[in-house]
Design a binder for this molecule. Sequence first.
Ligand SMILES: Cc1cc2nc3c(=O)[nH]c(=O)nc-3n(C[C@H](O)[C@H](O)[C@H](O)COP(=O)(O)O)c2cc1C
Length: 254
Amino acid sequence: MPIHIGTNEPPVKKQGGTAKGLAYVEVGEESTGGGAAAIFDLYERSPDVKVVVINANPKKKGALATLIEEASSAAAQGGAEVEELRLADLDIGYCKFCMTCYRDTESPIGRCSQEDDMKWILERLKEADAYIIATPVSSGHGNAIFKTFFERCAYTAGSSKGKLLWLKGIPTSRFTDKRRHAVTIATAGTMPNYLRKLCDIATKQMKELSKLSFNAETIGTLYAGELVFKGLKDKHRRKARELGRLLAQAGLQP
Ligand SMILES: Cc1cc2nc3c(=O)[nH]c(=O)nc-3n(C[C@H](O)[C@H](O)[C@H](O)COP(=O)(O)O)c2cc1C
């Protein structure tokens, strides 16, 4: 666990969506193996909780990848099915600001003028019960890959129907069919945890994405700071596992 989905890896048959988005499904290193059979087993059981990992890091190994693996395997041990979207490996174009999604307030998923992987990704996000959202910190914010994804979700998973006092056009989620939950993971090279309150905009952005796009309550956050100087600590790994467990438990509650 988790099952990774990207574009520049060996192709397999299963998955809906565009040809590029279909490109591969890989069972992670902790899997007991079994190749294609194992992949199909994972998809054919009907778990209670479907977790989608939204991974904005282009790096396949490193602190964030380790923490995602910890959280995902804990969620899987708690009975969840976990699927990881590695955004950097998928075909996700910049938002063109054509306002097609903004004007489409009635569709279950807002229409988009672009034909790329976001089409099937949005379907998957809607099916999900829970999310692990993860980004490396960049100038205090989520990185550019995260931000591109956020923009593409704002009025497709979200809609412009929201209101705040007298203000109209505020994003509000279209995913109102069920309760969802999220946890967030941010990794930072230089900034220590005790300064997080002053400069952690990345977590705030991930929480906004959860709420305004996916109608998901954020039930836990992890900020692993000072990684360049102090490296990843056991307490970070423990916290990641705790978040994974929490997510699986929250999804099982009625
Ligand atoms: C362009 C860029 C901007 C960065 N901005 C910050 C920052 O604002 N604060 C910080 O603590 N670390 C910053 N970093 C460090 C990364 O957040 C850090 O290397 C990464 O999260 C480590 O996780 P990884 O091992 O999974 O890559 C930056 C790194 C790059 C390349």
